[in-house]
Design a protein around this ligand. Structure first.
Ligand code: HEC
Length: 292
């Protein structure tokens, strides 16, 4: 049955396979780890794999231990970092000396910190999609045979998940999207991706600040009433704030430019855009008619 593509079920089935030392568990669970779009699912699978003894090949092990390097770049606080360290130590504890020698490079590698922005920059341009050509493509595509899993992966791959919470996944610097798709038709939805600045939802508007010394900056103000204004200039890095003293401010006005990047659909092919939109319009429900 594994993988069922239902994350909660797969988390349990993978543990069962691993507990039973199923001969195919290593290959199957590592493949699921590779395909899992969210950090939560990946962590579930990777932690479960730490106690598996049978069925490993060197390439599978390499891939597994390489995941720990990627995961060091995930946000999640201290408990998360230490439980991953423990899982990795457990897994390394099962290796023979010759395994360890063979995997030395991966085991000792430093994390490649890749932000969603860098991941986006590495994608190749397919086309500068226009609203009017995309609307019929999306409408045509929503009837049936969409790929749920791919839509879900693209939601992370083109960084929507970095800013938007949707169907219980993703960040929250932008509006939560689960409710939005109920209010929006296909055209509005596509437009908000192709041309984010056309309609800016006011709660999430950026503010342009001009300082008395002539400097300017733009971003979301994170605090309202204090002697200093904290500005988040980069939505991909919401923890980093620029501090501006109120007396230094000459003028503040709402920005006409959305903080959502333009052109996020431009690295996607037609059927990928259809899968991404289906994921949104189905509200993340794999049982929806458009997947049949
Ligand atoms: C860097 C952060 C960021 C990324 C990445 C991002 N968005 Fe946004 N998005 C925002 C912000 C901020 C707003 C609210 C301001 C606005 O309306 O332009 C927004 C607005 C929207 C809206 C309109 C919501 C409303 O209530 O009006 C939709 C729909 C949307 N985004 C979908 C997406 C999708 C789909 C993706 C991935 C292709 C994506 N966004 C990627 C930050 C982001």
């Amino acid at each position: 049955m594994f993988p069922t593509k239902r994350p909660e079920l797969d988390a349990m089935l993978s543990r069962l396979l691993i507990y039973l030392e199923a001969p195919t568990a290593a290959a199957k669970v590592v493949a699921a780890l590779r395909a899992a779009p969210t950090q939560e699912e990946q962590i579930d699978l990777a932690v479960a794999l730490r106690s598996l003894k049978t069925g490993w090949t060197t390439p599978l092990r390499e891939e597994y231990f390489r995941w720990f390097i990627t995961a060091e770049g995930y946000r999640g606080g201290n408990t998360f970092a230490s439980s991953l360290r423990r899982a990795k130590n457990d897994a390394v504890g099962l290796l023979s000396d010759s395994d360890k020698a063979e995997l030395k490079t991966v085991l000792e590698a430093r994390p490649e910190r890749r932000s969603p922005r860098e991941a986006l920059a590495a994608r190749t341009l397919v086309k500068e999609w226009k609203l009017d050509e995309l609307v019929p493509i999306v409408e045509r595509g929503m009837k049936s045979k969409r790929d749920f899993e791919r839509g879900r992966q693209l939601y992370s791959a083109v960084a929507c998940s970095a800013c938007h919470r949707f169907a219980n996944e993703g960040g929250s610097v932008g509006p939560e999207l689960t409710g939005v798709v109920g209010r929006f038709g296909v055209r509005d939805l596509v437009e908000s991706m192709v041309d984010p600045s056309k309609v800016i939802s006011d709660q999430y508007q950026a503010i342009n600040i001009r300082k008395k010394d002539g400097d300017t900056l733009s971003g979301r103000i994170a605090n309202l009433s204090a002697a200093n204004v904290n500005v988040v200039e980069d939505m991909f890095d919401p923890g980093r704030m620029t501090n501006v003293r109120r007396p230094d401010i000459a003028a503040m006005e709402p920005s006409k430019v959305s903080m959502m990047p333009e052109g996020l659909l431009n690295t996607l092919k037609e059927d990928e855009i259809q899968d991404l939109l289906a994921f949104l319009l189905s509200r993340g429900d794999p049982q929806h008619a458009m997947y049949r």
